[in-house]
Write a new protein. Structure first.
Lengths: 316, 497
């Protein structure tokens, strides 16, 4: 454990917490400009959050502890994930638990709580959204695990910090079939997990088509702000993880001097990835609900191939 | 022009089923049913229309003042059954042996025995003793659950409650319950002079200003015997096509938006805006209000045909781009097929009917001006979302070509033959039939001596098309419903008068 590591871990949590809504704003702005609209500006998600936070907290009749706890659990899990995943530094004091399984479980915990909260409202939409989200989650989680597993096989450890450090020292590892297959698989599940087109449409107002949004329809005011903020952080963490698994350059180790560079590099990587995702969405339409499993099954297959390749290509 | 083609026959209630069956048997459709509360008794008029040649036949039945009832025609024609339920709710006329004697347009909380359209109804009373429960049919079975949606929806649409019975994601049954905001619109016409009633007709349904205003004006002109000049008729036809253009363009964009392809919505929105600005240049109002006047039309400018051609090419290009996207094509193709037989039995109209293969278009079947040779009636056979999209894309091209033809030699200004030289000396009636962008709109008016309106009956195509939506949804999955609903795009306001 080093001072630089501690500072880096704190810095990356703060950066994710403050920057996640801005990332969402950038993505919306990119989409708006590409579609020929003016757009609301990069800071709009923060303005929305401020507006929501000023409203009175309100919960539907008959909902229990679960409904009120879910946004806190979701935001808490996202914050812990932001501290654990090697985004800015590989020398985080939490490196010991920065295990790939722990991170996946953390993100899943938030989703499961939100699904339970959707069921807690006992409305048709909450239940519908929860069931759809669980379908997506059940198909996404194995793919994430497998593809990161493929990357960890060559390192011999499931510790994310170690995987990133190894890639940093052996850049040729990135240009292997294993990396490529895992990257595609991970990209698809990141899109699914964060509820983007073509799996889900975050900007729709049509309740019947929603997945993620249907679960949170009953939230309002500060609770909704927490949910929205946590969703933005999950997106940032997943994009950051994706970036650092395949292009970890710029990440800080034990050197305090590298930290500002690392923060900038991380921001740049996430913004580029988010912008690319948003730009891609412009040219995509939402898949028919029953085609989503086909897409996710395809990504699972690629992750499986990546794992197989990581053993076959490892050599004697 | 139309008055001598319309034949009205007084018959006994007992003879009604036989006469109606004969008319329906020769291919006519029941276009309108209007009840009237005369000082002495209730009276019902059935208007049957047929195409090539244009036929309009009215059957008029006077009811027994003590026992207002009619033999039901629901077994002969599905729309007749719905008109009868409407009359029962608003006038208290009982259809005998009706297979589904449930309320239709009646609001749940209207007091029992209060019939708002009767002459002695008085001002609306407080909400009172409801007519009794009207539960939704529960679909039984393992895993079946209900999704209630509405009546208040996200987005700017009218109120309607949809009750889905669903297993997994597949819709087993949809019940749409509408009629939440009865505005008493038809009653607002009563006692007004036609000139004072025209602004109401323009506002029957916000997106169908020209359609309803024109149908109303034609009905009044039919009643008062006014001949509109050929030039003014061409101006009216042009306004009708302008309305069709902007609505079709809007909805093609909205359909793309509903499958998450929002760039197309932005692009169609761009075309829509240029059309709305064109509308404002032509009539002074973006939604074309003020263009159709009694006895004629008023245009400020004539749109340049080249401009319309450019817009139509732009829209056709976008429609091509949308359908060449594999995911969009996949979402549209085979979604919510409305079989031709169902479309015919339900009496559907407009692009919904044409997408299911029914060749119906009042511009050709009940013409008020000759639109040949540019008028082509676009049809498709599959009846799915794709077919409705394609029919409307094709109609954009036809409309632009029609406007080009109509604009030839036209000069702006107000052309009107209103008012008539002498107000009607006896009670008169008239019918107006217009192919609005949604389908065939029919208005029927009656005027008292002196020229005030005593009754206006409005029939929007949505009244015929709403029952087709649940039929088309058979086996569709829940997340596709908004797309299907948009592909029908039925009016709440035009349906709930």
């Amino acid at each position: 454990m080093s001072a630089a590591g501690t500072v880096g871990a704190v810095a990356q949590v703060l950066l994710v917490a403050a920057g996640a809504p801005l990332l969402v704003g950038v993505m919306r702005q990119v989409r708006a400009r590409l579609e020929g609209r003016a757009g609301a500006g990069v800071a709009q998600p923060w303005r929305d959050l401020r507006k929501l936070l000023r409203k009175e907290p309100i919960a539907p009749h008959g909902t229990g502890v679960l409904f009120r706890a879910a946004p806190l659990v979701l935001a808490g899990a996202a914050l812990v994930a932001a501290g654990v995943v090697p985004l800015v530094t590989t020398a985080s004091p939490l490196d010991g638990i920065a295990d790939l399984f722990a991170v996946i479980a953390l993100l899943a915990l938030g989703t499961v709580f939100l699904a339970l909260a959707g069921l807690d409202t006992a409305t048709a939409f909450g239940g519908m959204g929860a069931s759809r989200e669980m379908v997506v989650l059940a198909l996404v989680e194995p793919t994430i695990l497998l593809s990161v597993f493929a990357l960890s096989a060559r390192v011999g450890s499931t510790n994310l910090g170690e995987i990133v450090t190894t890639t940093l020292h052996d850049p040729q590892l990135v240009v292997s079939p294993v990396s490529l297959l895992a990257a595609v698989a991970l990209a698809i599940v990141t899109i699914a997990e964060t509820g983007r087109i073509p799996v889900d449409n975050p900007s729709t107002h049509l309740e019947l088509t929603m997945i993620h949004e249907a679960m949170v329809l009953e939230y309002a005011g500060p609770d909704l702000a927490l949910v929205e903020w946590a969703s933005a952080m999950r997106l940032t963490v997943l994009l950051g993880l994706f970036a650092n698994l395949f292009a970890p350059w710029g990440i800080a180790g034990t050197s305090l001097l590298m930290l500002p560079v690392a923060l900038l590099a991380f921001s740049a990587k996430v913004v580029v990835l988010g912008g690319a995702l948003a730009a891609g969405e412009v040219f995509m339409a939402k898949l028919r609900m029953f085609r989503v499993p086909e897409l996710l099954a395809g990504s699972f297959l690629m992750a499986l191939l990546a794992v197989a390749a990581s053993f076959f290509l490892a050599g004697p | 022009m139309t008055s001598d083609e319309r034949r009205t026959t007084d018959i006994d209630a007992g003879a009604l089923p036989e006469r109606a069956a004969a008319l329906l048997g020769r291919g006519d459709r029941l276009a309108l049913t209007a009840a009237h509360h005369d000082p002495d008794a209730l009276r019902v008029v059935y208007l049957f229309t047929g195409a090539s040649p244009d036929r309009r036949t009215e059957l008029q039945v006077r009811l027994d003042p003590g026992r207002p009832s009619l033999p039901s025609l629901a077994g002969l024609s599905f729309p007749a059954g719905r008109f009868e339920r409407e009359m029962r709710d608003l006038y208290g006329i009982v259809p005998e042996d009706h297979p589904l004697p449930r309320r239709l347009v009646r609001h749940h909380h209207w007091p029992r025995g209060w019939y708002p359209m009767r002459a002695d109804a008085g001002p609306p009373p407080e909400f009172g003793d409801p007519e009794g429960p009207y539960p939704f049919v529960t679909v039984e079975g393992p895993g079946v659950y209900e999704i209630p949606v509405g009546p208040v929806h996200a987005g700017m649409i009218g109120p309607g409650h949809f009750r889905f019975s669903v297993v997994g994601e597949s819709i087993l049954k949809l019940k749409a319950r509408l009629w939440f905001v009865h505005r008493g619109l038809e009653k607002l016409f009563h006692g007004r002079l036609p000139g004072d009633a025209l602004p109401i007709a323009e506002r029957v349904s916000g997106d169908t200003t020209v359609g309803h205003a024109l149908a109303f004006c034609m009905a009044v002109e039919d009643a008062t015997g006014i001949e509109v000049s050929p030039g003014a008729r061409r101006m009216r036809a042009m306004l009708l096509e302008l309305e069709r253009l902007y609505n079709h363009v809007t909805d093609l964009g909205a359909l793309c938006n509903d499958v998450g392809y929002s760039i197309m919505n932005s692009q169609f929105g761009r075309i829509r805006e240029s059309l709305l600005r064109l509308n404002a240049e032509v009539t002074g109002h973006r939604l074309l209000r003020g263009g159709v006047v009694l006895g004629g039309a008023a245009l400020r400018t004539i749109p340049a045909p080249a401009r319309l051609t450019a817009i139509a090419e732009d829209a056709a290009e976008l429609a091509r781009l949308a359908l060449s996207h594999t995911v969009v094509a996949d979402r549209f193709t085979g979604t919510a097929e409305l079989p031709a037989e169902a479309a015919r039995d339900l009496g559907t109209l407009g692009y919904v009917a044409r997408a299911s293969g029914l060749d119906t278009d009042a511009r050709r079947d009940h013409p008020f001006t000759d639109l040949r040779p540019s008028l082509r009636v676009a049809t498709r056979g599959t009846g799915d979302v794709l077919a409705r999209f394609q029919v409307r894309a094709e109609e954009i091209a036809v409309s632009a070509a029609l406007i080009g033809d109509l604009a030839y030699g036209m000069s702006p200004g107000v052309v009107t033959y209103w008012p008539p030289l002498a107000p009607p000396a006896a009670p008169v009636s008239g019918v107006g039939i217009v192919e609005g962008w949604r389908g065939t709109i029919v208005h029927r008016v009656e005027l008292a001596p002196g020229g005030t309106l005593t009754r206006t009956k409005i029939v929007d195509p949505s009244f015929f098309n709403w029952p087709a939506l649940p039929i088309a949804l058979n086996g569709v999955i829940v997340p596709d419903f908004p797309l299907v609903n948009k592909s029908f795009n039925l009016s709440y306001a035009g349906n709930d008068l």
